[in-house]
Design a protein around this ligand. Sequence first.
Ligand code: PEP
Ligand code: MG
Length: 598
Amino acid sequence: MKSDSETPEHSKEKKQEEVLVGIGVSPGVVIGPVLVVVAKAIQIVERNINAEDIELEISKFEEALIETRRQIQEIQEGLGVRTPKGDSGILDAHLMVLDDASFLQAVISGIHTKKKNVETIVKEAAESYANALALVEDNYIRERIADIRDVSRRIIRNLSGDTNPSKEELQHKHIIVARDLAPSETASLRKDMVIGFATDLGSPTSHTAVMARALEIPAIVGLRDITNKLTTGDEVLIDGNKGTVIIHPSPKRLEEYGRVAEARKNIVSGLTNLRDEPAETADGHRIVLSANMEQPGETDAVLKYGAQGVGLFRTEYLYLSKGAVVSEEEQSAVYNKVAAALAPRPVIIRTLDLGGDKYLSGAELPHEANPFLGCRSIRLSLLQPKHFKGQLRAILRASVHGNVKIMYPMISNAGEVVRANELLEEAKGELSAMSVPFQKDIDVGAMIEIPAAALTADVIAKHVKFFSLGTNDLIQYTIAVDRINERVAYLYEPTHPAVLKLIQLTIDAGHRNGIWVGVCGEMAADPLMTPLLLGMGVDELSVAPSVVPMIKDAVRSVRYSGAKDLAKIALSCKSAVEVLSHCRRMLNEVAPEILELV
Ligand code: PEP
Ligand code: MG
């Protein structure tokens, strides 16, 4: 990899500094060489081989199996779900494919009899194995089809040397530059080697951004054409706070950043002292400050940053990390572990929220022209009651290991909650019949993230114990602005008066019905919004673990009386910009040091 530091300053080849502006979605500043990741389809060229090449092809297959095993175990470690020997981990099913005697035998005998190159034979063997399993009427066995396809793709990549990124490149710490990163790709990033990422596409609430924050990797999205401007090895500085990428940063720029980084470090280390303090305003009004989780391995971070529990555990990431359906047993192992690690703190487990930009490749769901308005989330769960009940049983089973609550996403009417609750009762009945213990009166909540739900919150409240405002979607559906489309990102305004009205309606309806109301969308993680949300009456905020100290500082700096005044003013404002300026003025008055961080 080339390094600019080796280039003399006066040299003609000195590269010009260039600043690109995108959307900072995960804070922090890093400098390093980039690795440009270009997604390529795997090309398999079919070749006939001679009898004397058979052994060579078989040994290539054996080496690819070893490498594939190593990679899967590495991802497992990264996810923090490596389980003790004998336990079933999330990627164990993939490892089992590598030990599957009939699959291995089919490849080896295929090479002998068909005399074709190993890549071709692996593809054929995987397909015919998957087709045979598709005929079996057993859910568990059918789930293995996706495992086989996934693992065979990985084996073929390794056989063709098309590991992306390459092993050699992974030896250096680097910043990933890509057109876009699928949530499953982000989930398998090597945290020790990847120090940041920058993408052409994306927006603050795209799931890639959510994952970057969970991994605490500085990230910038919506850069439009950064993949065309850089080649692997170029040095860049990325500032996730400001959303800028500086290509070939000048020595002056680096010095400037060094000073700012030092100041930021001091503020952040001051915040860590708040770990054991309550999230209480200066005049004694307390709220609950929780953390959002995407990966089971994040429980350490939840505790380290002093969150009071988990306000949102996005379970779909288990599926996206695995790239396939996760069985009840696998889910149960994860939920038990998370519940026990955080007990007695509450853990709100959200049922599957697939769809929108969270696709499970190989799930064979019909193509939809408008996936954000389609069969996503609870709609999909209610269409697949058998699978949904499996998830509910797994959550119920975890309820005896800690303080677990269930939350339904994307509720658009009370009927969906009623139906989901009926299935929950069935799931409870099934566990009772098997004498499996669970908490009988487990709390159930609804996410309010569709305007229709906010407007009928009074009706929905009768069927749940809490609401959690999913502002990422609520904003998208209220303003009709795709949350992952950077071309309309300027319209995505959390302080839009219509959004504020829906939030206030929801909070008031919740309180009228005696239930608590939280916010788990990214709006909760913006300290500029903290006084406003407090003033509107939220009872809980749930944010990425590393953001907890900053939000706690904002809560502790403000007076509840002042926050209520701010909310009153905000609700009478005519524009998002006007509301934002009032919020900025308030934060500047009570906690100017936090403004340095946003
Ligand atoms: C939301 O929509 O605000 C939310 C928290 O859910 P997700 O981002 O997972 O859609
Ligand atoms: Mg949502």
